[in-house]
Design a protein around this ligand. Structure first.
Ligand SMILES: [Zn+2]
Length: 315
């Protein structure tokens, strides 16, 4: 049985974002605190005892406090059910939480060499001593099983695959620490991964794509018929940050497709017989976060869900 807990569903900054007075952030601070959401991450387990995080958000400490499944077991002075962290990109909202896991509990970080090169290049991550925290490279299109603390297989099979995307924004205009140029190759070079996550025993599976800059026919074929997908829901429309006066970046320039529009997620993934569709990595500028918005209605009518933090799904 595969258990999935949504630790957070928001994009970088969370909801509300510390310095933002947009309608969603204002509402989340005042009359609708239930709109508050931490930055995107999920936790998965096949045995209910050992858990793996998909990305480690800057809100990890708060997420762990709020998630009983991830508390230390009773009777142990030092313990965590977390056996590993799988990183799908090197953005701050995917890796900064690692710094909150520096208190000497052993676990393994699984990431593409491109993302591992970013960790290596930033000496602050050395607080995770290699003695305790192993860094395990993962390859595109090669399934692996994250290991339990005793080295035995976890029963979870993860297949990483390339998704259209960009290198982390703080690397923009700078050489990539792995030495290869930015956006090298059509696959983005491993900077942005999608994951197929399966229970080895039952064969049940789902997809995780917290960042995706475009939906190709290949990706559609891959996702068709899936029981569950978590998909990039950063912006409602590509120019929404600019239109709202919140910034000068489009969704595309940040490596994210929009929910709406001809090439957006809702339209592109319609009719693919996906049983459950959940948006993740939703920016606070996105009006679909508001329960009574026209955009929310459109998303829900198309079968999409915007999850609350703590939502648990069993496959
Ligand atoms: Zn805001």
């Amino acid at each position: 049985m595969l258990r999935v807990v949504v630790l957070g569903a928001a994009a970088g900054g969370g909801v509300p974002q510390w310095n933002c007075g947009c309608p969603v952030c204002r509402t989340a601070r005042t009359e609708h605190p239930e709109l508050q959401s931490t930055q995107a991450s999920i936790a998965i387990s096949a045995d209910g005892e050992h858990w793996f995080l998909i990305n480690a958000s800057p809100d990890l400490r708060q997420q762990l406090i709020a998630t009983p499944q991830l508390h230390p077991v009773a009777g142990k002075l030092r313990h965590s059910p977390i056996s590993g962290v799988i990183l799908t990109n090197g953005e701050i909202d995917a890796v900064a939480g690692l710094l909150s896991m520096r208190e000497g509990w052993p676990f393994t970080i699984y990431a593409h060499p491109r993302v591992l090169s970013i960790l290596k290049d930033n000496s602050i991550f050395n607080v995770l001593s290699e003695k305790n925290v192993r860094r395990q490279p993962i390859e595109l299109d090669r399934a692996f099983q994250p290991a339990l603390p005793d080295g035995s297989p976890s029963g979870i099979e993860i297949e990483p695959f390339a998704v259209a995307g960009k290198a982390a924004w703080y690397l923009e205009g700078k050489p990539h620490p792995d030495g290869r140029p930015q956006n090298s190759g059509s696959d983005g070079g491993g900077d942005t991964l999608g994951l197929r996550i399966a229970d080895k025993t039952t064969g049940k599976y789902f997809y995780f794509l917290a960042a995706c800059a475009g939906i190709t026919d290949d990706l559609k074929a891959r996702l068709a018929g899936a029981p569950l997908i978590f998909f990039d829901g950063t912006v409602w429309r590509d120019d929404e940050l600019i239109a709202a006066g919140l910034g000068n970046k489009t969704g595309q320039s940040m490596g994210h497709i929009a929910m709406s529009g001809e090439n957006g997620a809702i339209g592109s993934l319609a009719g693919l017989d996906i049983a459950r569709k959940i948006f993740l990595h939703i920016n606070n500028s996105n009006p679909a976060l508001l329960h009574d918005s026209a955009e929310r209605e459109i998303a829900e009518r198309a079968g999409w869900q915007i999850p609350a933090d703590g939502t648990e799904i069993t496959l």
